[in-house]
Design a binder for this molecule. Structure first.
Ligand code: CTP
Ligand code: CA
Length: 227
């Protein structure tokens, strides 16, 4: 087989990504999680790699294989994900797709919490997790293109626009995760790309197609930033 030497649009570009859920420990055997499958993030990582990018993916616990052509760091908690992402900076772009737990249990126990029948059930006091996307978006080593996702069940566009500023992001890929849509864990996605200049509405398509299209859009944007 001949080597394909056609230059790819993202050759020489490094892109940091997060994907999947995080698991926040309660004790050695229990954790708090969410319904993210990692399908959308992993598909984007693979699509960026196909366009020639060096993709460094920090993945939470998922049940799908590592995307082809991508170097993957596996983590569990939000704090581990944040540490791994910080180590990977600088980069040309960051695409943060992970469904990072907003809170973690404040008093992680080193031993399994025992049940004492008749006693009060434990009250899980929570503390806020670091915002990984905001950390990257406001970093001294900020990539030229910073992209976040926004899972919303209501006021999709208003909430996504607020997140642009709060997170220091260039684009927010907004999707509706209200119960009826089955986005989380499902195979399809209808997204809107919210930027400082407007909103692009994409039709319902497979997560693979969303990934393909987003990777192309990222390649075009990085080329324009360079020109
Ligand atoms: N994100 C992150 N770290 C967090 C929370 C979110 O990096 N601790 C990132 C997600 O990966 C996503 C974006 O921020 O790219 C938006 O996540 P989302 O959960 O929609 O926003 P939040 O700011 O957490 O607000 P809320 O959950 O209240 O809507
Ligand atoms: Ca959140």
């Amino acid at each position: 087989k001949l080597l394909d030497r056609t230059p790819k649009p993202l050759s020489g570009k490094t892109i940091i990504m997060t994907s999947g859920p995080t698991h926040e420990p309660i004790d050695p055997v229990r954790y708090i999680a969410n319904r993210s499958s990692g399908k959308q993030g992993h598909a984007i990582a693979a699509a960026l790699a196909r366009l020639g990018a060096t993709v460094r993916l920090v993945s939470g616990p998922v049940n799908i294989p590592d995307p082809e052509g991508v170097s993957v760091i596996h983590v569990e908690s939000a704090r581990e994900m944040r540490d791994a992402v910080e180590q990977l900076l600088p980069a040309d772009a960051a695409v943060m797709v992970a469904a990072v737990a907003d809170w973690r249990y404040a008093n992680e126990a080193n031993e399994k919490i025992k049940k004492h029948p008749g006693e009060k059930a434990p009250a899980l006091q929570m503390v806020e997790n670091p915002d990984i996307l905001a950390g990257v978006g406001h970093s001294k080593l900020r990539p030229r293109l910073v992209i976040g996702f926004a899972a919303e069940t209501q006021d999709l566009l208003i909430n996504a626009q607020k997140k642009l500023d709060k997170k220091g992001a260039d684009w927010i890929v907004a999707n509706d995760v209200s119960h009826t849509k089955g986005v989380m864990g499902g195979d399809r996605n209808a997204v809107r790309i919210v930027t400082h200049t407007g909103v692009e509405e994409w039709p319902d398509m497979s997560k693979e197609e969303v990934a393909e299209r987003l990777a192309q859009k990222i390649a075009t944007a990085l080329q324009q930033l360079e020109a």
